[in-house]
Design a protein around this ligand. Structure first.
Ligand SMILES: C[S@@+](CC[C@H](N)C(=O)[O-])C[C@H]1O[C@@H](n2cnc3c(N)ncnc32)[C@H](O)[C@@H]1O
Length: 232
């Protein structure tokens, strides 16, 4: 199956840098939940084009970014002096145990059919007491997207597809709907204790730049943020 983040990497990087959903909604909320990162060893899991990675570096963290898309990692390398690895999250992370204080993961986990293995790896590479801060598609938003495959019910995990305008092309992007209960069970199963669950609000400036999106997002969240701490 083709990977839009590989085939349309340049168009996605341009989109991600300025799109209101990323720049005025998800990224500020994720960085706020991450808090003070100065002096921390941070893994940006699914770093994509590296805008969040660069923001973390700018806030004084030592950051490593991993992503499955070589074109996006190449783009990320131009934005900051973080370390980067091209890596498929289906495989174990290429880092020793207890390497990081914080794992940040923006809009990535919903691409995985099951979070058990990757969250086990997150727990392994986190230091005791270290945190995971992640954003994902909100499970209520997923159920509104017309599926290209047989549609499941809210309480099941199932693959959905959406069509995004990237550059001058319509691109089909496939990801997974997971119910909230599955997400929290995967977090607990990995030995992580959920500490925060945030339904973010868009930045006030979005009301001027994209009033339609602002109205939509203040009525109903598109994304969900989760934070968890490694137990022990
Ligand atoms: C919506 S983008 C988010 C990028 C970045 N975190 C951000 O918020 O700007 C999703 C990213 O997840 C990456 N991704 C999806 N599935 C992956 C996998 N199995 N292994 C590694 N990266 C993956 C894609 O390559 C893409 O860069």
């Amino acid at each position: 199956m083709s990977d839009p983040y590989v085939e349309h990497g340049a168009a996605y990087a341009a989109h991600n840098a300025v799109a209101p959903y990323n720049a005025l909604y998800e990224r500020p909320a994720l960085l706020e939940l991450a808090g003070d990162v100065a002096g921390l060893d941070v893994l940006d899991l699914g770093c994509g084009p590296g805008v969040t990675t660069a923001a973390l570096v700018g806030r004084g963290a030592r950051v490593t970014g991993v992503d499955g898309s070589a074109p996006l990692v190449a783009h990320a390398q131009g934005l900051s002096d973080a370390a980067f690895v091209v890596h498929d999250l289906a495989a174990p992370l290429p880092f020793p145990p207890t390497t990081f204080d914080l794992v940040v993961s923006g809009l990535v986990l919903h691409y995985l059919p099951d979070w058990s293995a990757v969250l086990g790896e997150v727990a392994r590479v986190l230091r005791p007491g270290g945190r995971l801060v992640a954003s994902v598609h909100h499970p209520l938003t997923d159920v509104d997207i017309p599926s290209l495959e047989p549609h499941g019910t809210y309480l099941e995990s199932y693959r959905v597809a959406d069509t995004w305008r990237l550059g001058d092309e319509d691109v089909v992007v496939r990801f997974f709907h997971h119910p909230l209960g599955a997400m929290t069970a995967w977090i607990a199963g990995a030995g992580l204790a959920l500490t925060d669950l945030v339904e973010p609000r868009p930045q006030a400036v979005m009301a001027e730049r994209d009033p339609e999106a602002y109205a939509r997002l203040t009525a109903r969240p598109a994304f969900l943020l989760l934070a968890a701490r490694r137990v022990g």
